[in-house]
Design a protein around this ligand. Structure first.
Ligand code: FES
Length: 149
């Protein structure tokens, strides 16, 4: 029987090869672009809100397997959540991949629990999340870089 690490690996490979919600939200009311200048990978996150709730979230871009899987699972995890719930999941996910502290229940996002052992991959796992966070906070296009200017 596959152990948990194998199942997590399978989930990441599945989402990297067949990313969910890989599309433009044409009527998005918020979006942001994220960029990792060290590798050139880019992601754009689109959010459609209905009141306080995220009614749709999707992404486009090109990136490595970890960043693509992370963006895909982000969209699955945050669609239908309120902005406050999404902020809490963002904090928990960030703590998980950086090994910085407590995480609440993360469901499928727990597949990224091994990332904290590979510091160079933390930016891959968090690129879409920082981009999502910027989009959520601002109603206008924003630009996010994994590196300080
Ligand atoms: Fe570029 Fe992972 S190698 S985000």
């Amino acid at each position: 029987m596959a152990n948990l690490r194998d199942l997590y690996q399978e989930l990441i490979v599945d989402h990297s090869k067949q990313p969910r919600n890989f599309r433009v939200v044409t009527d998005a009311d918020r979006h942001a672009e994220g960029h990792n200048p060290l590798c050139g990978d880019r992601v754009t996150i689109y959010i459609k809100m209905e009141g306080e709730r995220i009614s749709d979230v999707a992404f486009r871009g090109s990136g490595c397997a970890i960043s693509t899987a992370s963006a895909s699972l982000l969209t699955e995890s945050l669609k239908g959540r309120t902005a406050t719930e999404a902020e809490n999941i963002f904090d928990n996910f960030h703590n998980l991949v950086t090994g910085a502290g407590e995480t609440g229940p993360l469901g499928k996002l727990a597949a990224f629990s091994g990332v904290c052992d590979y510091p160079t991959r933390v930016k891959c796992a968090t690129l879409a999340w920082h981009t999502f966070h910027a989009a959520l906070r601002g109603a206008q296009a924003d630009h996010v870089s994994t590196e300080k200017a």
